[in-house]
Design a binder for this molecule. Sequence first.
Ligand code: TYM
Length: 344
Amino acid sequence: MAFQERVFSGMQPTGNLHLGNYLGAMIRWIELQKSMDCIYCVVDMHAITVFQDPADLTRAIREVTAAYIACGLDPARSVIFNQSQVAEHAELAWVFNCVARLGWLNRMTQFKEKAGKDRENASVGLYAYPNLMAADILVYRATHVPVGEDQKQHLELARDIAQKFNGDFRQAIAARGHNSDGFFPLPEPLIQGPATRVMSLRDGTKKMSKSDPSDYSRINLTDDADAIAQKVRKAKTDADALPSEEAGLKGRPEAENLVGIFAALDGRTKQAVLDQFGGAQFSAFKAALVDLAVARLAPIGEEMRRLVADPSSIDAILRDGADRARAIARPNMDAVKDIVGFIR
Ligand code: TYM
C-alpha cells in the first residue's frame, strides 16, 4: 500500500531570508502547492538551538511568515504555521531521540560547522536538531521534502530514523493493521533546479548564508531595488567573457553562481542562459541580471513590509495553520504511542 503523497518543508526564523532560501527552496514550494498537499512550517523550535533574543525571535517568526506569503505561498491552499504551536513535533522528536543512534548524529557536518571548536559549549538541542527535523516531516508522514543541497544529509538521517522505527516496531505496526511498508514513509528529498546551492556574492566557494558578516555577500528578501542592484553590480566575477557551454563554467565558481541565479530567477536552465549570454562580458550580463533580480525580488520585499505592518493578521494565519497541522499530526502521534506501547 502506497503512502498518501504529502509535502513538508520549513525555514528557520533567524534573521533575514535571502536569495539562497528563495531559489534553493521557496521557488519549488510555490510550484508544488499547485498540485500537492503541502505543509510549510516556520521552524521556531529549531531557531532556539542557538540563543535568540525573545523579541527578535517573535519579530522574525512574523517576518518569515510574511515572506512565505509575499513569495506566493497561499495560506488557503497550503498549511502555514509555526512549529512551536503544534506540540506533536516535540513529542515525536523525543521518541526519535530514542531511535536515532549517537553514531549517526556524530556524522552530521552541519553540527560540526555550527558548533565550531567549542563543541562542549554547544546546546544539546543543536546536537539533537536532526531528530527534531525528522519528527517535523514524519509527524505528518510526509513523502516529499523540497530543500536546498545543504539539507541533504539531514534528510538521509530522517530516512534512517523512519526505517529503524519501522524495523524496531515491525510487529506492533503489523498488529495494528498499518501500512505493510511500515508506519513511516521514507521521505524523499526534492533538491532540484539550477540553484540548489547559491553561493556568496563575495566568494563563489562559500555558501550564501545569513550568518555571513558581509551584507554584500547575500541578497535579502527585504532588500529594496537599489540595494539589489548595488549588490549584483558589486558581485565578484573573473576577467573572462561568459562561456557558451555549461562545461566552460567549471573552475569559475563566481560565474557559475551568477549564471545559476539568473537561470533560477528566470525559470530556465544554465545552458539556456549561456545560449543567450555566451561570449558576453560580465558588465552586460550583470546589467541584465540587475533588471531580472529587481523585477522578481523587489515586489516581494514591498509585500513583506505591507504584511508585517499588520501582525494580528499574520498571527491569525499561523493559528489557523496550526489547527490544520495538528489535525493531521495528532492521530499520527496517537498511533505512534500505541505502537510504542504507551497507555493513553
Ligand atoms: P534553513 O532555515 O537554513 O534554510 C531554509 C531552506 O533554504 C535552503 N537554503 C539554501 N538553498 C540554496 N542555497 C543556499 N545558499 C541556501 N541556504 C539555505 C535550505 O536548504 C532550506 O531548504 N534544517 C532546516 C529547516 C528545517 C526543515 C525541517 C527543512 C527544519 N525542519 C523539515 C525541511 C524539513 C534549515 O535549517 O533550513
